[in-house]
Structure formats: structure tokens, C-alpha cells
Design a protein around this ligand. Structure first.
Ligand code: HT7
Ligand code: ZN
Length: 876
């Protein structure tokens, strides 16, 4: 694959007017007839041929205006179809016939088979695996789709838009026709056929239209779709109330499938979901699963306006739909649940996934300018940092200003394929604010580092804050311009009360937001009667690293008195981190690990504080992870020392807070039937966190085993099993629990994924042997992406001591797996390979093992473009 550059963008020479597709479905020989009506774009070269995209296609028929075309007029290869001598301005119709093999399609892009049904995945470039087509997001057309298939095997024939009609079609067959009136790019096309169960509901839109809602799942699993349906209706309502966006077809369908490369796909009117993000009941789904289902159902639904009605001009603009839609689903979840707890979870995820990406060899801007494989740009930078950039626009403009900008965006660009510049312009026009400097957030990669220092002048009653920003070099971007960084900031007095400055100079400070725009900047706050404790980047108003030396006493004050609960959590984390870093260093040198008292006291006080939400307290008690610690250490990392140090700190907290944890474990119980609501989930989270600490204090598996035996929902059951497996892997209790879990859920793929994932996460060098043995387990299924991610993905992404064992066998194992997966499913292989992105921060011996494993991949013959792109960038 060659490199595609944003600068080379130009519109197509031909305008697509209409698309009429006919599928004759067959597991191994599906016939696709595409009738495409084009005209030459006014001003385009009158002699230019039309060049359509293909991928592994063979042409079996080509007509121009219903007449067979002479082979001298066209060239067909698996990758393209070129037709010459076309009319100068009159519309013409190409009828293209291809025959494809869904059964053999293991890449899960284009038309494929999963669980006996036909299903498509077209984003980003899957449609070209179905027929030759101008497969790019700025080519929009209305689609008619006719589906012909065996009636018995495929009672259900679905596509985008509204149902036109259906009937019998010769012996044993039937057909259905669908029409989607909303012009759309090919990546939003979908077709599903087969035999599925369904749950149905309706939603009445704000203008009074009734929309039919259907969720299709495997027969027998219908009751497990109820929560997804509820989440869908809440999403539809929320988008009306919050963004004024109404649904626009007569029907909205969701289909859950078991083989899927990502979470879900927002095809117009026919979302296709990984069944992991649809199916739930208390027996099989954890609270985290419920929260994910709610968020992803919302995310895909919200795409109807941000992505589908207004789409991307080209794939460089991916964050236009993804960053914005993630921002919208975050806001939705915050409104449905606890805003502070949701924000903590978002920031945890951002720091653990996006920060390492932004700080490593795969760093790229939110709006990149070149790519080799677009599949590799569905990244946390595009999604999560893209969402943070949208959030900062909302911070800059305020609630009303942001709303005005969004309204203008919907008004101005409905039905168009647009760019980030078009999006930003709407906010500039709506607010009158110049966002030129702010836009650097889209163009400069790397996480800005802000260094702050404060000094108090009692005589002048002023406080001076000096700020400096530095944006690290990233691939292709050696030097950076200073950015516009909105820092939510407040001052607190020694008694914990907020101090309002009488005036501020040196920086714009409005609505408690300080605007850092210079490389260095000094802000002076006047009217400050006593030394203040400063809280900077409250609510994580900007996605930055902050260096600000604050004493444990000051952090403890913020942890107790900050009015913003996210900032309290941040203060607790800032108290924890130096202890964890020191513990890692001490463990490495064989020194005893000692945790500082203020931190332990403050943390346990927060845990015991009944005025705080249980879910918040659970988040506070969940210390920074081993990879968080590795990132903060920055280099020469030894995963074993980080693990040992962190375990020692956990033990000290557990011993000091034993009574508090025992009290919480007894008190945090839910009554009545299981409910997945945020409050009940919070009680379970705090109770389970207490159980984790108690198992550290007690150092025996007994309590976790009792919890496992008593659990009546998957949250408690899988938490207890995780403690048993991760802390007491060789105990009889653990073997028994693992076996009983497997036997009880052997028929439930989503739960068996958890069984594999929990074992893949067991710390220590011995886990690799277990993984090898698990690969021979009859329950292991190589072709299923969820199963592969559960076992190999969890091991590589979430088990630093197992994957990073000192002899390098973990890295070599991964290399072998990547090469094997790549033969079937390059997208999945490339994604799992990104687990190597931080290899350069390992200590030299491990780093060398990792490098050699990467080279082994790089040297393999017949690598996919996907894996080649990742491996080469990772090694560079
Ligand atoms: N827009 C979708 C992204 C996507 C995808 C989904 C499933 C399989 C392959 C895919 N490639 C890209 C999902 C989303 O962000 O909503
Ligand atoms: Zn999305």
C-alpha cells in the first residue's frame, strides 16, 4: 500500500446520482449486480476515464447503458475497474456484476458469514470488496437494495432505509427491497440476511412520528436485548432534548453478531453490533458491560446526525464524526449516571490508552495528514483525544455558545461531506471567537506538558502562578507551536473554602478558566488574603500532563475540600503516584517499600466518607495501574519491580484500613432484585474494591472464594474469580472456581471470553504456559475476534509482568500470534500489535527482546498492509 496524503485530495471526476444493488445471496457464490448512474462533474476533464475501487474482486459482467461493453473500453483488476470513452456530460449507467464468496471472507470486511447469517462491514473501505465503486466518503447517493435468498435459511432480508416490499421469488426463494432516501457514502451501506430472533418497540419523535425499533439477536437470546432497547430509547430522547436532533426514517434496526472486528457500526438505519455490546442480563453481564452497552448504543445512534447526515469529506477527517460522537456519548452517559464518576473513568481511559499512543512511535495528530492503512487510524487519538478537543471547544464557548455552534453546524452542513475546518468555522461564526491557535489541537500530535509553580506574596495579597508549556516531538513533527490550553482553575484557603480573586492579570481568567496561550505565562491573582492551595486542570479541562509540585498536605486538603469531585480524585491520584513510583524504584533495588502516611490516611478517610458516592470511593481506591506507573516513570522500566512495588503499597493500605474495608464489605449491599443502575453498580464497585483490599490484608483466598460461591450476579462473580486467579493462582480454591465457572457458562461465548481474559491477566512469568495450554482448550476459537482479544489481547495489553517476562518469550509468542492472525484477519492482527507501542520505555534487555520480536514480524513474507504499517512505524 502506498501513502495517501491529505494534500492530494480532489473531488471525483464523476458525480454518482443513484445506486441500485441486487444481491443473490449464496454462502460461497453471491452474485452482486450494481447499477450506478453517473454524470461527469461540470469542469472535469471531458476525456477522463472513470476509475472505480475494488478489493479482491473479479468482474463477471459490465454493461454501459444496458449494452455489453467491449473489453477494449475497460480494464478490470482485483483492485480497480477503469472505463474509458464515457459521455462528456450526459448521465450514463454502468451495470457491474461481481461474484463474491462470503464464506471465505475471514477479514470480516465486506460481505461475510457469522453464526450462519450474512452480514456486511463496509467502513472504511469494505464496500469495494462487494462491488467496484467510488468507495470514498465524499460520494453520496440514495441506495435501492434488492435481496434475493433462500427463504428457509434466510427469512430475514435487511438493508438500510425504509422497507419497500417483498415477495416470493421462484422455488424456495424470496426477495425484499429497501430504499434509503438519505444520500449516503458506501461505508454506511449494510445488508443482513438470515434467521434471527427479534425484540420490537416504538419511539415517538419530538414531531410526533412513530419509529419502529427492532433489535435482532440469535434465537433464544431475545430477553437479553431488553437493556439495549431501553438504552436506545433513552438515547433517542436525549439527542432530541440536548441537541435538537430527531430520527429520520420509519424504522431503526440493530443486529447483534458474534464475529465482529470492532464494537459496532453505525450503518444508516441498520446498525450492526458486536453481540458483546447488545446482550446483557445479570447472570452474564457485569456493571461495566451494562455501562458499555449504554454508551455504544448511544454512540452509534448519535452517529445518525454526526457521521451519517453530515459525513467526512475524506478519511483524514475521521475525528469529525468520531471525536464529536464520542463527546456526545460521554455527555449522554454523564447525564444518565454520575458526572464526576464518568469523568474519572474517561480520564483514566484517556491516560491509559491515548497518552501512551501520543507519547510513542504511533503518535499522530487528531487530524492526520497521511496514512498507509486507514484501518490503523481508528485510534484513541482520533476518538478520545478528538472528543477532548470537542470538550475544550465547549469549555471555550460556554454552554450556549457551543449549542449555537452545533446548531449552525447541523444547519449549514446537513447532507454534506465536510472537513474539520468546516466544523471549527461554525464555532467561530457562532461565537465571533478566533479559533486559529486552538485548532493546533487537531494538527499537533503529542501530549502537552504544562509545568506550573506558584508563589504567594502576603504583603501584596497576591498569588502568582507561572506556567510553561512544552509539546514533545512526535514522528514527523520535531518542533511545535504553543497551543491554547484552557485550564479550569480554583484557589482554596487553608480552611478548605474557595477564595475568589478580586482580579487577575497576565492571563485571561473567565468562568474559573485560565487561558494559557503563550509558551510561558505568568498570571497574578489579586485579593488573596492567605496562602492559597491551587487546583489546576479541574475536571481535566485540557488533555495534558501537568507538573506542579504540591505538598502532600496541600493535596490532602484538595482531596477533602475541592468542590469538584473529579479534582478530589485527581488530588488522591497525585498523592498516590509518588509513592508508587518510589515503591517501584525501591523494589527494583531490593529495598523495603514504605508508603507515606498522609496518603494512606487521606485515602482511607475518603473510603470511609459516607458523604461521598460509593462509585467515587471505588474509583479513588483503584490506584493507578502498573502501566500508569510505567508511563509516569518514563523509561528503563522493569515491569516486575513496578508490580512488586504496587503490591507492597496495596498491602500497606489494606493493613491500615482493614476495619474500614471490613465495614464497607458488610455495609455496601444492594437489596431486592438486581438492577444495573449507576447507584447499585456503585455499591457493588465499592464492596468489591473492599474485598480486594481485604484479600491483600488477609493473604488467603478464603474470603474471595466465599464471595465467589455466594455471588448472584456476574459483577460479583467475575470480581471474586479475578481476585482468586490474580492473587492466588495456584490455590485449590482458584482451580475449583475456574472449573465451575467454565462448566456453568460453557455455552455462553461472552462469558467464556471473561474466563479466558481473567486467566490471561494473571501476573507473572508463568502465565505464558497457561495461555499456550488455553489455546488448545476446545473452547478456544481462533477465528473469533472477541475470543482472540480476550486471550491474546488481554495478555499483551493488560498483563505487563506476564507479557513482559524477562526472557522475552512473551514478545516472541506475540510475534507468532500476529503472523498467524494476519493470514485471516489483518485488521485484528494490526490492532493487537499496537500493544508493542511502548517497547522503547522498557529496560534495555527487555527492549532488545521486544525489538527482535518486532523484526521477526517485519521480515515475514506476505504481511498485510495493516500489520506492515504498524510494525514499521513501531520500529522507526
Ligand atoms: N464507525 C465505526 C468504526 C469502524 C468499524 C466498526 C466495525 C468494524 C470495522 C470498523 N472499522 C471502522 C464504529 C464507530 O466508531 O462507531
Ligand atoms: Zn463512532
Amino acid at each position: 500500500g502506498q501513502v495517501i496524503h491529505l494534500a492530494d485530495y480532489r473531488p471525483t471526476d464523476f458525480v454518482l446520482e443513484r445506486v441500485d444493488l441486487t444481491f443473490e445471496l449464496d454462502p460461497t457464490e453471491t452474485k452482486v449486480e450494481a447499477r450506478l448512474i453517473f454524470h461527469r462533474r461540470p469542469g472535469a476533464d471531458p476525456a477522463a476515464p472513470i476509475v472505480l475501487d475494488g478489493d479482491e474482486l473479479t468482474l463477471s459482467g459490465l454493461l454501459l447503458d444496458q449494452v455489453e461493453l467491449d473489453p477494449s473500453r475497460y480494464d478490470a483488476t482485483p483492485e480497480s475497474l477503469t472505463v474509458r470513452d464515457l459521455p462528456e456530460s450526459a448521465p450514463f449507467e454502468l451495470t457491474i456484476t461481481t461474484v463474491i464468496n462470503p464464506e471465505a471472507n475471514t477479514k470480516l470486511m465486506g460481505l461475510y458469514r457469522t453464526g450462519g447469517i450474512y452480514c456486511t462491514q463496509c467502513e472504511a473501505e469494505g464496500f469495494r470488496r462487494i462491488t467496484y465503486f467510488p468507495d470514498r466518503p465524499d460520494v453520496l447517493a440514495a441506495f435501492t437494495v434488492n435481496i434475493i435468498a433462500d427463504k428457509d435459511a434466510n427469512p430475514l432480508l435487511l438493508s438500510n432505509g425504509n422497507f419497500l416490499g417483498g415477495a416470493g421469488y421462484g422455488p424456495g426463494k424470496h426477495f425484499a427491497a429497501w430504499f434509503d432516501p438519505h444520500p449516503k457514502p458506501s461505508y454506511l451501506f449494510a445488508l443482513v440476511a438470515g434467521d434471527l430472533g427479534v425484540i420490537e418497540d416504538t419511539f415517538t419523535t419530538m414531531s410526533g412520528r412513530e419509529v419502529v425499533l427492532k433489535i435482532y439477536v440469535e434465537h433464544g437470546k431475545e430477553p437479553r436485548a431488553a437493556y439495549a432497547m431501553d438504552a436506545l430509547k433513552r438515547s433517542m430522547k436525549w439527542d432530541e432534548v440536548r441537541f435538537g436532533r430527531e430520527y429520520d426514517l420509519d424504522i431503526f434496526m440493530i443486529v447483534a453478531v458474534s464475529d465482529f472486528n470492532m464494537g459496532a457500526m453505525e450503518n444508516k438505519g441498520l446498525n450492526v453490533f458486536n453481540d458483546k455490546y447488545v446482550l446483557a442480563d445479570p447472570e452474564i453481564a457485569t456493571d461495566a458491560d451494562y455501562a458499555n452497552i449504554e454508551a455504544i448504543i448511544a454512540h452509534e445512534y448519535f452517529h445518525n446526525w454526526t457521521g451519517n447526515r453530515i459525513t467526512c469529506r475524506d478519511w483524514f477527517q475521521l475525528c469529525l464524526k468520531e471525536g464529536l460522537t464520542v463527546y456526545r456519548d460521554h455527555e449522554f452517559s454523564s447525564d444518565q449516571r454520575s458526572r464526576a464518576v464518568k469523568r474519572i473513568a474517561e480520564v483514566r481511559h484517556l491516560k491509559s490508552e491515548q497518552f501512551p499512543e501520543d507519547g510513542g512511535p504511533l503518535a499522530h495528530p487528531v487530524r492526520p495528514t497521511k496514512y498507509r492503512e486507514i484501518n490503523n487510524f481508528y485510534t484513541t487519538t482520533v476518538y478520545e483525544k478528538g472528543s477532548e478537543v470537542t470538550r475544550m471547544i465547549a469549555t471555550l464557548l460556554g454552554k450556549d455558545g457551543f449549542k449555537k455552534g452545533m446548531d449552525l453546524y447541523f444547519d449549514r452542513h446537513d447532507g454534506q461531506a465536510v472537513t474539520i475546518e468546516d466544523f471549527v468555522k461554525c464555532f467561530e461564526d457562532a461565537s465571533g471567537r478566533d479559533l486559529t491557535q486552538f485548532s493546533l489541537w487537531y494538527h499537533q500530535a503529542g501530549t502537552p506538558l504544562v509545568t506550573a509553580s506558584g508563589s504567594y506574596d502576603a504583603a501584596a495579597a497576591s498569588f502568582t502562578l507561572s506556567l510553561e508549556q512544552m509539546i514533545p516531538a512526535t514522528p514527523g513533527q520535531p518542533s511545535k507551536e504553543p497551543m491554547h490550553i484552557p485550564l479550569s482553575l480554583a484557589l482554596f484557603g487553608e480552611n478548605g473554602g474557595k477564595i475568589e480573586p478580586t482580579s487577575v492579570d497576565g492571563a485571561e481568567y473567565i468562568g474559573e478558566v485560565l487561558h494559557l496561550t503563550g509558551r510561558t505565562q505568568t498570571a497574578t491573582f489579586h485579593g488573596i488574603a492567605s496562602r492559597p492551595v491551587v487546583s489546576i486542570n479541574r475536571g481535566f479541562s485540557a488533555p495534558i500532563n501537568l507538573h506542579f509540585d504540591q505538598s502532600p498536605a496541600d493535596l490532602a486538603l484538595l482531596a477533602r475540600h475541592e468542590t469538584n469531585h473529579f479534582a478530589r480524585w485527581q488530588a488522591l491520584t497525585d498523592l498516590a503516584l509518588p509513592n508508587l513510583l518510589k515503591a517501584a524504584r525501591d523494589a527494583r533495588e531490593g529495598k523495603p517499600v514504605v508508603c507515606e502516611a498522609t496518603f494512606i490516611e487521606t485515602l482511607i478517610a475518603a473510603a470511609a466518607d459516607d458523604a461521598l458516592e460509593p462509585a467515587f470511593r471505588a474509583q479513588a481506591l483503584a490506584l493507578p495501574s502498573e502501566s500508569d506507573i510505567a508511563r509516569e516513570l518514563g523509561g528503563n522500566n522493569d515491569p516486575d519491580a513496578i508490580h512488586a512495588g504496587r503490591q507492597a503499597i496495596l498491602k500497606q493500605i489494606a493493613d491500615a484500613g482493614k476495619d474500614v474495608f471490613a465495614g464497607l464489605y458488610a455495609a455496601m449491599t444492594t437489596s431486592g432484585d438486581f438492577s444495573p443502575d449507576a447507584k447499585s453498580a456503585g455499591l457493588r464497585a465499592l464492596r468489591n474494591t473492599a474485598l480486594t483490599y481485604l484479600s491483600h490484608a488477609e493473604q488467603t483466598p478464603a474470603r474471595a472464594k466465599a464471595a465467589f460461591d455466594a455471588a448472584n450476579n456476574m459483577t460479583d462473580l467475575s470480581h471474586a474469580l479475578t481476585i482468586l486467579a490474580h492473587r492466588f493462582p495456584d490455590s485449590a480454591e482458584t482451580s475449583e472456581a475456574l472449573a465451575s465457572f467454565r462448566d456453568r457458562f460453557a455455552e455462553n461465548a461472552l462469558v467464556i471470553d471473561k474466563w479466558f481474559a481473567i486467566q490471561a491477566g494473571i501476573p507473572g512469568a508463568k502465565t505464558l504456559e497457561r495461555i499456550r495450554a488455553l489455546m488448545d482448550n476446545p473452547l478456544f476459537k481462533r477465528s473469533n475476534p472477541n475470543r482472540m482479544r480476550a486471550l491474546v489481547g488481554t495478555f499483551a495489553f493488560a498483563n505487563p509482568t506476564g507479557f513482559g517476562r524477562a526472557d522475552g518469550d512473551g514478545y516472541r509468542f506475540l510475534a507468532g500470534q500476529i503472523l498467524d492472525i494476519d493470514e485471516r484477519n489483518p485488521q485484528l492482527a494490526a490492532r493487537i500489535l499496537t500493544s508493542m507501542r511502548s517497547w522503547r520505555s522498557l529496560e534495555p534487555a527487555r527492549a532488545e527482546h521486544a525489538r527482535l520480536a518486532l523484526i521477526e514480524i517485519e521480515r515475514a513474507a506476505d504481511l498485510s498492509t495493516d500489520v506492515r504499517d504498524i510494525v514499521e512505524r513501531t520500529l522507526k
